[in-house]
Design a protein around this ligand. Sequence first.
Ligand code: 5GP
Length: 120
Amino acid sequence: MMYDDNNIFAKILRGQIPCKKVHEDSHTLAFEDINPQAPVHTLVIPKGKYVSMTDFAAKASDAELAAFSRAVLKVVEIKGLQAGGYRLITNNGLNGGQEVPHLHVHVVGGQPLGPMLSRK
Ligand code: 5GP
């Protein structure tokens, strides 16, 4: 899938749409989800143009790959999620229900999160 420069997270990265920033480094940005599903719901995205985890794992540099994992850890620390636990979600493509075509990990926590998948 071709990267779409007009996706909403590309606009956030360009500063064309505001976000509530949680953490940033040279390779990644973390910000609050606009429609939180739990007391903590933060998104972590790479600054590079990657559609999905499939794309990122195949094409990103080692530095980008490392920075992404460390950024997730940073968010977990900032939000105080270590003790209580948390969930990481990355939706990929159609069956995954991915809505925004720029790789993002949802960091979700702050309360018991229930079953891993919807039973619907
Ligand atoms: P997906 O379904 O692609 O895994 O998740 C997309 C997420 O992006 C959703 O949780 C949605 O609430 C969030 N989102 C969509 N538009 C915006 C926006 O403009 N700003 C922020 N901060 N989050 C957004």
